[in-house]
Design a protein around this ligand. Structure first.
Ligand SMILES: [Fe+2]
Length: 381
């Protein structure tokens, strides 16, 4: 067996009502908190925020709600919210929402630690590559209450931010782990369908990509396999729009499990290919990855590498798997892509040596171009 590293640093509370049930837990971390969240869609209440507020009130914890988190959080927004949070002088932070809220909180806590550095880009991207460190760079306790089931941001050390200096989305270099995560499926249930779909497809992509990654190991592949089987248990009811309460619980656990898996060896090709779609076309992150996931799996020359995955996910073969992915992206994504963009994105992707090196089969420029072209064929004008 080859040498490998396994690393996780986040405690986890699981189950409906787990925030209120563990209200006293927070008191152990202080009596002033900042809550990072976003404004939810009209008609969709922020149930996680209501529970956290109730828990804090029951414990006499004062708090400030910062609800200005933006999707694909820009560095500048994180810096602004960090200043507002710093002025409150909190003992700990908690994020309620999807990956954007959790990543914003991680970034804000990191900026507070490095308040002597005025340029946030220097803090996020000037201190070396994340894979060189497993030590969380954030000093203050931070907690996460995910209200989407996909990113795994509650358990990974990554925080993906939008860089306006280079017009890209990039994980910040220092790692930042939450001290604890609270997984309550009640916050997922009742979300808009596209948010459910994008989350599930993101988690699926995390599992598939990390399982195939050249640096995967026996432990994170075992986690990914568990995640595939969890996914298989609810995928048909997701497609048919008849998810049960138990399915939502399985869904949030799947996201967490695939988060644990992919933080060991990262993501690979579909995530890398999906960034221009989310950054330039504003396609939701999980769907951006899912657009490429099916073609990526189908494109393996040695199908014996991917056949175990698609079977664990409950599919006959990679074509069956790809058809499932396509169904959700076709329903939920409406964009136009030009031939020039295909060429530009292919050129840009070929500069990502670490992604190309992560794939078990060598990929040339023509392979990436074909993946872009096949995956986006219905959108090319
Ligand atoms: Fe992702």
């Amino acid at each position: 067996m080859k040498n490998f590293r396994y690393n996780t640093q986040t405690a986890m509370f699981f189950g409906r009502g787990c925030v209120k049930e563990n209200a006293a837990f927070f008191k152990g971390y202080g009596d002033r908190a900042v809550i990072f969240t976003s404004k939810f869609y009209e008609g969709y209440p922020n149930k996680g925020l209501a529970d956290v507020e109730e828990a804090f009130k029951s414990q006499g914890i004062d708090y400030l709600v910062l609800d200005g988190v933006e999707p694909d959080p820009p560095v500048e927004t994180v810096a602004r919210l960090s200043k507002e949070a710093a002025a409150y002088n909190a003992d700990f932070f908690i994020a309620i929402g999807g990956g954007s809220s959790i990543d914003t909180m991680k970034g804000a806590a990191l900026l507070i630690k490095h308040s002597d550095i005025s340029d946030p880009y220097e803090v996020f991207y000037g201190m070396g590559a994340p894979s060189h460190s497993i030590k969380t760079e954030v000093d203050m306790p931070i907690f996460a209450v995910p209200t989407t089931a996909g990113t795994g941001a509650e358990v990974t050390g990554f925080a993906c931010l939008t860089r306006n200096d280079t017009h890209t989305k990039l994980s910040m270099y220092p790692v930042a782990f939450c001290d604890a995560a609270f997984l309550d499926s009640n916050y997922i249930k009742g979300s808009p369908d596209f948010l459910i779909h994008t989350g599930v497809m993101d988690a699926l992509a995390h599992g598939v990509e990390t399982y195939l990654h050249n640096d995967s190991n026996p432990l994170n592949r075992a986690l990914a396999e568990y995640g595939f089987r969890l996914f298989a248990s609810f995928k048909d009811r997701m497609r048919d729009g008849c998810l049960t309460d138990e399915d939502y619980e399985t869904m949030i656990l799947t996201s967490y499990v695939q988060g644990m898996a992919f933080m060991q060896s990262s993501t690979t090709i579909p995530h890398g290919m999906g960034y221009p779609l989310s950054h330039i076309k504003h396609v939701n992150h999980g769907l951006s990855c899912a657009i490429f996931l099916g073609e990526y799996v189908m494109g393996f020359k040695d199908q014996s590498l991917v056949q175990p995955i698609v079977e664990m996910c409950g599919f006959k073969d990679s074509a069956d798997f790809a058809a499932f992915c396509r169904q959700f992206t076709e329903d939920d994504v409406s964009i136009e892509v030009s031939e020039e963009e295909i060429q530009q994105w292919t050129d840009d992707f070929m500069k990502l040596d670490f992604r190309l090196a992560s794939n078990p089969e060598p990929l040339e420029r023509e392979d990436i171009e074909r993946l872009y072209r096949n995956s986006l064929r219905r959108y090319i004008k």
